[in-house]
Design a protein around this ligand. Structure first.
Ligand code: SF4
Length: 331
């Protein structure tokens, strides 16, 4: 994830909660993509250091475990930049221009000049981030599959040009589709930092309750006596994700019969959210600055060792490895 601010419930349900489970089945690498933050926020880098700490804390609070998974910072593993440069030599421009988010984001983020080389190239940096670890799977939601498809195309092209002792160096990773339930923000649109409609993983109970109070509901339910429909209400969507089946049944009955009011219904949704957030926030409070620095340093060292293994294969396959001791290259 990019360190552009504290993570919200949409990030948690769409990715983090799944990642936590994957740790039991796979050897996982999770990183904070600080170079990716520059693709849109290059003009003001003042927030990246603090945001990096916040994202790491959110990772740990959600349950990512440095003893089981590798947690690292992208810019501490410079092999990401090297592979990105080498793959850039073989990637046709048209492949990057047709990535759907390229045009979309240029249109949506109107306050920023995104006609940069770095922004056009971010999907290739992502491909490098992935291929560097020669993974079998990339856990993504539906909206990210185009990026993995590009990664597979780039790997295929690399393997066509270069081989190591007759074998392929960069395996094509598979998409590991992770469930990402529809999570609306307080204005009913998809929960997203750029819409300003988020509920943060760090929001205290009163803040959560206040945000829920202002959340939009079924627009047809104007008066308390009007029946409503949870299936077209953003609060109903929250109930579907977070509430127990019993509460959900009460919501359907009460809303459709006008037996409950929206205020009561929202307070039940807030109860369910607080229950999810409480243990996360308790875990978050248990990490010191020193512990966080150590976790990131240790994880980045482990990632660098793994990344260097791949790069040695890549350099050799490309015949860039001069087999000259590094000391001979320095003055
Ligand atoms: S009762 Fe609940 S589900 Fe129905 S419209 Fe109000 S907030 Fe939405």
């Amino acid at each position: 994830m990019r360190p552009t601010g504290k993570l919200h419930l949409g990030n948690y349900m769409g990715a983090l909660a799944n990642w936590v489970k994957l740790q039991d089945q796979y050897e996982c690498y999770f990183f904070i993509a600080d170079w990716h933050a520059l693709t849109t926020d290059y003009a003001d880098t003042s927030g990246i250091a603090q945001n990096t700490k916040d994202v790491l804390l959110d990772y740990l609070a959600a349950g990512l475990d440095p003893a089981r998974s590798v947690l690292f910072l992208q810019s501490k593993v410079q092999q990401h930049a090297e592979l990105n440069l080498l793959l850039g030599m073989i990637t046709p421009l048209g492949w990057l221009e047709r990535v759907p988010t390229y045009k979309e984001q240029q249109e949506n983020l109107t306050g920023k000049d995104l006609t940069t080389y770095g922004f056009l190239g971010y999907p290739l940096l992502m491909a490098s981030d992935i291929l560097l670890y020669q993974p079998k799977f990339v856990p993504v939601g539906n909206d990210q599959t185009a990026h993995v498809e590009l990664t597979r195309e780039v790997a295929r092209r690399f393997n066509q040009f270069y081989k190591l002792d007759g074998r392929e160096v960069l395996p094509e990773p598979q998409v590991l589709l992770t469930p990402s339930p529809k999570l609306p923000g307080t204005d009913g649109r998809k929960m997203s930092k750029s819409y300003g409609n988020t509920i943060l993983m760090t929001d205290a109970e009163p803040v959560v309750r206040q945000k829920l109070k202002t959340m939009v509901t079924d627009p047809a339910r104007i008066r308390r006596t009007d029946p409503g429909e949870p299936d077209i209400c953003p609060v109903g969507d929250l109930h579907k994700v977070f509430s127990t089946p019993e509460t959900l049944a009460k919501v359907y009955d009460g809303c459709r019969s006008a037996g409950i009011g929206c205020i009561e219904c929202k307070s039940w949704a807030a109860d369910a959210l607080v229950q999810v957030l409480q243990p996360i926030q308790e875990r978050r409070a248990g990490f010191s600055e020193a512990q966080m620095a150590e976790i990131l340093e240790d994880g980045s060292n482990r990632a660098r060792r793994r990344a260097e293994e791949t790069m040695q294969q890549v350099r050799t396959a490309m015949r860039l490895d001069q087999s000259m001791p590094a000391t001979k290259l320095t003055k």
